[in-house]
Design a protein around this ligand. Structure first.
Ligand SMILES: [Zn+2]
Ligand SMILES: [Zn+2]
Length: 723
């Protein structure tokens, strides 16, 4: 082992690697949460490989096994390449949808180190556990890599899959140690415990040497263009990035720019080429755009010309993450916050050679979250505030996994606590519904179907809508049932892995949207109207006379139209009505109320209230993704000056997925930080009466009207001052 790693230039582990490896070797579950390129793999490879080599039988039979789980096949493949290159005599293989029958048989019967994903565990390995019994009986280590990917509804599913795995291992007499690896997030031990159901030791101090990274936060200026209700618009982030790319290339700085869509990336590269050609024609040819889907040799050629410096600037979509080896650049530009702090640092990590210095520039988009980040650098540089959240007790997730578990081995009373405090109720209702049958030896699955088919772990419930290419009939991708109305309606511009498509039609009965490749000069955003009733308050906190609550709600929402905006630029080109049915949803929500006398004392009149609450709601939806690691499209909101269920001014922010995904719950837990950030974002924006950077929302079904920016600040002051 030592020779193998020394041969790769690793003389000794860094401290965080040693601490995590040592803990795992001694059977302590551990989560390693450190930065990009801090060598997290070594921390679990040391105990895993040592166990494989040391526990062999006298005739070389396998004695200890490791199960490695990655969120993508590509990542498992990377791990395989890394492990193979060590040249150790360990039997390693991947097990995924691409594996042939021979490879699967070999993995089951001989492999010591199996690299797979939660999907395979759920659909294949656990349902056929009897065939895997020897592998599972010998399992000493389970590695859950890049575990911050498991969030929202997907996270809840994976948490239940891991509980099923632990139960099956226990039935074969093993109790593997879990090692989780994650990007830097808030409270990694909380996330790891929710995911595995185990107490997990956090290791967070990153001892790897780093060059200096300068992070620049860049807010584009207001333009003379106006958007909805005459609101000022900022210059498009991609236009600013094109200028910066040209400037850096002109200085000989090797730069990579990340843009959301391929069309945007091509536009950025072309603009930069034009700007450079005006200075020096030879420079223009040293900028290119990168799209996904290149052949391996084309990819190698681009990688090589970047490495040699022949190519100085590259504009790419995030699809670049799918398998191109580019690192060691001088600078990285990002057109908009990539969604999470982890993703931001991953992108910045493409710059910097060894311990050399690097530059990262985040150019803000015209929305509340980016506005907040560029005015609060500490959020990106200090202790992380974003937590990866999910709710394993979501009944829509838990039910199918209990059925799958019962089919694997009948469920007993003793099994239930591991599945959470709501498991007993869930089993009773599954029994009442005829899905499970109670017998003296436990609950049995007696249906003929495969129980694991009840749960699609990548989808948020309901049958996903398939995106079918009109010309070829090929399925390009899928959209969750819960978001199909807003993203796959007829006329929608849909960006999928950086490629732009136009939706021709949506058939809700057949769960199919027909799409075609297109290069429209605009984007679309669906607008919806929402109504909400409270089912049950689960928790509450009093802030003076104000009240903050978390609980269950019934939401009815309807996509009523979509807006067309010029790209880049963002000017509104028009609004088209849509005729889609109302959808109903039982989910979780956070909400807050302010009593009438507090509003009176703050001088907020009845006429101010609807616009003030509405503006506060919009901005708070824009900011929650910073605390709950979700997308603003995963959550929704309702505000009203007087709600029938509370009798007061009430603002709701709810999870857009059936049963809730943990986002609203996190909003409740982090309410003070979240709503303070909301207030600061509104106050920090230099517009007069509200704009997309603060209180306007692209998905507002009420034409962003009324909105009262100053009133929202006053209202939030009442709420936050009331503690
Ligand atoms: Zn503004
Ligand atoms: Zn609205």
């Amino acid at each position: 082992m030592v020779d193998a790693f020394t041969g790769r230039g690793i003389e000794a582990p860094w401290q965080h690697q040693a601490v995590a490896a040592d803990a795992a070797w001694h059977g302590q579950h551990v989560v390693l949460s450190t930065g990009t390129a801090s060598g997290k793999s070594l921390a679990y490879q040391l105990p895993a490989l040592t166990a494989c080599l040391e526990r062999r039988g006298a005739r070389g039979q396998r004695g200890a096994t490791t199960l490695y789980l990655a969120p993508t096949k590509a990542l498992a493949q990377d791990q395989l390449n890394g492990l193979s290159s060590l040249g150790l005599d360990v039997r390693v293989t991947t097990h995924d949808g691409d594996s042939g029958r021979d490879q699967r048989d070999w993995a089951r019967d001989h492999a010591e180190y199996v690299l797979t994903n939660p999907d395979m565990l759920h659909r294949s390995l656990l349902p056929t556990h009897e065939r895997w019994s020897r592998f599972l009986a010998a399992c000493e280590l389970v590695v859950v890599d890049e575990c911050h990917h498991y969030r929202g509804v997907f996270g809840a599913h994976v948490a239940q899959v891991l509980r099923r795995l632990r139960r099956i291992c226990a039935s074969y007499g093993s109790s593997p140690t879990f090692v989780l690896a994650s990007a830097t997030v808030a409270e990694p031990e909380v996330h790891a415990r929710r995911l595995t159901g185990l107490d997990v030791l956090p290791v967070t101090g990153d001892a790897s040497p780093r060059g200096e990274v300068s992070l620049a936060l860049w807010q584009p200026p207001m333009t003379s263009f106006t958007g909805e209700n005459g609101a000022p618009l900022r210059r498009a982030a991609s236009s600013e990035v094109a200028d910066l790319l040209a400037d850096l290339v002109a200085e000989g700085v090797r730069t990579l720019a990340f843009i959301r869509s391929r069309r945007g990336a091509e536009h950025v590269a072309m603009t930069a080429q034009e700007l450079l050609a005006a200075v020096d024609t030879s420079l223009a040819s040293r900028v290119a755009s990168y799209r996904g889907g290149y052949l391996p040799e084309e990819r190698r050629a681009i990688e090589a010309s970047l490495r040699s410096g022949e190519l100085l600037g590259l504009a790419a979509t995030n699809a670049l993450e799918l398998g191109i080896d580019i690192s060691g650049l001088d600078a990285v530009l990002m057109a908009g916050f990539p969604g999470t702090r982890a993703a931001l640092w991953q992108q910045v990590g493409r710059a910097g050679r060894g311990a050399g210095d690097a530059l990262g520039v985040l150019v803000a988009r015209d929305d509340p979250l980016d506005t907040y980040l560029v005015t609060h650098p500490d959020v990106l540089l200090g202790q992380p505030v974003e937590a990866t959240v999910f709710d394993p007790s979501n009944p829509y997730v838990l039910g199918p996994h209990l059925c799958a578990a019962a089919q694997e081995i009948p469920l007993t009373e003793a099994d239930l606590p591991a599945f959470g405090s709501t498991a007993r109720d869930a089993v009773d209702s599954l029994t009442a519904a005829g899905l499970l049958r109670r017998r003296p030896r436990g609950w049995f699955w007696t249906d003929r179907r495969r129980a694991s088919d009840l749960a699609d772990i990548r989808s948020a419930g309901g049958s996903p809508v398939q995106l079918v290419e009109a010309d070829t009939g090929r399925v390009v991708g899928t959209v969750d049932a819960s978001s199909a109305h807003s993203t796959a309606h007829a006329g929608a511009v849909y960006v999928h892995r950086g490629e732009t498509w136009l939706v021709e039609s949506l058939d809700l009965d057949e769960h199919v949207a027909v799409i075609g490749r297109a290069e429209p000069s605009y984007s679309t955003t669906a607008r919806e109207v929402t109504d909400i009733t409270i089912v049950a308050e689960r928790e509450h906190r009093r802030w003076g006379d104000c009240r903050l609550s978390f609980g269950e709600v019934d939401v009815s929402h309807q996509v009523v139209s979509y807006l067309l905006r010029r790209q880049p630029g963002g000017e509104v080109l028009g609004e088209e009505p849509l005729d889609l049915p109302e959808r109903r949803l039982r989910t979780c929500s956070v909400w807050w109320t302010v009593p009438q006398h507090a509003l009176d004392e703050a001088g907020l009149t009845a006429a101010d209230l609807p616009g003030s609450a509405h503006a506060a709601e919009h901005c708070s939806i824009g900011l929650l993704p910073l605390f709950a690691t979700c997308d603003r499209w995963d959550i929704g909101g309702v505000s009203t000056a007087l709600h029938a269920d509370t009798g007061m001014l009430t603002v709701f922010v709810y999870d857009g997925h059936p049963g809730g995904a943990g986002f609203a719950e996190r909003g409740f837990a982090a309410a003070r930080e979240w709503l303070t950030a909301t207030r600061e974002t509104i106050a920090a924006c230099e517009c007069d009466e509200g704009c997309p950077s603060c209180v306007q929302s692209p998905k507002c079904g009420n034409q962003n009207n009324p909105l009262d920016k100053q009133g929202a600040i006053a209202l939030l002051d009442v709420l936050l001052g009331a503690t």
